[in-house]
Design a protein around this ligand. Sequence first.
Ligand code: FES
Length: 145
Amino acid sequence: MDEAARIVDADEVAEGETLLFTLRDDEGEPAEAFCTRLSDGAIVAYRNYCQHWTDVRLDKGDGARVTNGEVWCQRHGATFQLDTGYCDFGPCEGSVMESVDVVVADGGVFLDDDGYTFDHLGEHEGEGDEEGGSDGGGRIDFTGS
Ligand code: FES
């Protein structure tokens, strides 16, 4: 495998947790994704945004909320099945998270997606969302928070 595509050691990816990484799309634009381990041991990855409001991150840098094989959006409570990406509850019910192809080899998790190149483990510096990031792109929603 191409070492430049190695995201992390496979044994660092745990069930019930998400691990954030940054990649670049084919135009060089940075984007975030997270990987996690399923109950059957498989490792999957998805882009790190909610299907309801795409500027809302699921993992805000310290791990997304994961229960019973589902990742939660903490903004309005949508839940997405981690094995399929399917949203089975919430305002974007019926939508599907955007998957990122990864493979496990040589004890590591490697990005294996023609649409992206791996950039670094961890969040994208300067990534801001509705919490009022430095990009000025904050959003006030109906909860007033
Ligand atoms: S932004 Fe995720 S459920 Fe609304």
